[in-house]
Design a protein around this ligand. Structure first.
Ligand SMILES: NC(=O)c1ccc[n+]([C@@H]2O[C@H](COP(=O)([O-])OP(=O)(O)OC[C@H]3O[C@@H](n4cnc5c(N)ncnc54)[C@H](O)[C@@H]3O)[C@@H](O)[C@H]2O)c1
Length: 328
């Protein structure tokens, strides 16, 4: 009998397949569950393609894809998949709340009390998905990003019930799966999806206002705001730009474009107290003069590298303009 730890993934679509690759390369036995055999066959084929993709050599753990694939099994029966000693089940079925509620109720009935039940939901609150689960303490959100085998971070969602398993889940993801994690409170969209949704919603508003075309808005994101994000998050960017400048911009945008831009009371308080970011030595972070010049030097160096990569891999050539975008 194999001594490899066991995991079950429900839904072998885009995310389930990618998540399976991560567990396989971390030494797990993976059981994939889906609604029909053809989908499962396709998923195993995709796993093989990912493991054998030469462009990913070096990024994924080395080894023969056959050795990895020996540890994959598939089934359409949820109950038989979770039989035996399973460490964690990951639900990656479609984003339909009623479906997820039903699947978690079944998992609660079928799984031993120690099995961690994780959902990869993008937007739903974990407590809503777990509303019919008796042992809510073992339900957690593990929000992976696509492609799971390359994206470095998984958001771990803490609820009112699962405090006791959070450390175990964090250890699993950081020590066994090699991921960075951030633990986030249970809230619609977690952190990343909510930020991405805010940007997308604003981009759609601009399109509806006929302000610019999708390709022009995409271009502005890629060559301005987006270029900084590989190195800096929004609070670091605001500290570098000056919190007074950001406050003034938000106040004006709120007056002209609407309440959604209203600056937070915290930002106004920071500015009133002289916390302006790097220029005053404190903002969301604390700075020493020497570190500031180092940050700027390193940011510029990284920016040049990213610009080089962007020029070499210009994906915009693959996106053709769609004339229907201009019709209201
Ligand atoms: N696509 C992304 O970039 C992304 C990123 C992060 C999180 N997510 C979330 O991950 C989940 C899956 O998304 P996806 O993009 O992989 O979807 P997908 O449509 O590619 O895959 C879903 C799979 O679930 C299967 N399925 C449907 N009903 C099922 C059932 N009752 N039992 C078992 N399997 C069932 C489908 O046949 C399909 O193969 C969603 O909750 C989504 O919001 C998606």
């Amino acid at each position: 009998m194999s001594s490899a730890p066991k995991t079950v993934i429900i839904g072998s679509g885009l995310m389930g397949t990618g998540i399976a690759v991560v567990y396989l390369t971390a030494g797990y036995e993976v059981t994939l569950v889906d609604v029909d055999e053809e989908i499962l066959k396709k998923s195993v084929k995709n796993i093989k393609n990912i493991l054998e993709d030469p462009s990913l050599f070096g990024a994924l753990k080395h080894g023969s894809s056959n050795d990895f694939l020996e540890r994959v099994s598939t089934t359409t029966s949820l109950q038989s998949a979770v039989r035996g000693s399973v460490e964690i089940v990951t639900e990656a079925a479609p984003e339909v709340l009623e479906l997820k509620i039903r699947l978690f109720k079944e998992l609660d009935d079928f799984c031993g009390k120690d099995v961690i039940l994780a959902t990869n939901t993008s937007s739903f609150k974990i407590s809503e998905i777990a509303k019919e689960v008796r042992h809510k303490e073992r339900v957690v959100g593990t929000h992976w990003w696509n492609p799971p085998y390359l994206m470095p971070l998984v958001e771990i969602i803490k609820t009112d019930y699962n405090e006791d398993i959070i450390k175990k889940v964090v250890d699993l993801f950081t020590k066994k799966l090699g991921k960075e994690v951030v633990v986030c409170k249970d809230s619609p969209g977690g952190i990343g999806v909510r930020l991405q949704a805010a940007l997308f919603a604003e981009a759609m508003r601009m399109l509806d206002e006929n302000l610019a075309s999708p390709s022009d808005i995409d271009k502005v994101v890629r060559l301005t705001v987006g270029l900084r994000y590989p190195m800096l998050g929004p609070f670091q960017i605001a500290d570098l730009g000056g919190l007074d400048v950001f406050l003034q911009a938000l106040e004006y945008l709120a007056q002209r474009l609407g309440e959604r831009f209203t600056p937070s009371a915290r930002l106004a308080r920071y500015v009133a107290n002289g916390l302006l970011g790097v220029k005053s030595g404190r903002g969301f972070y604390a700075y020493q003069q020497v570190a500031i010049s180092e940050i700027v030097k390193r940011r510029n160096k990284a920016l040049l590298e990213i610009l080089k990569l962007q020029r070499a891999e210009d994906l915009s050539n693959y996106f053709l303009a769609n004339d229907s975008n201009s019709s209201s």
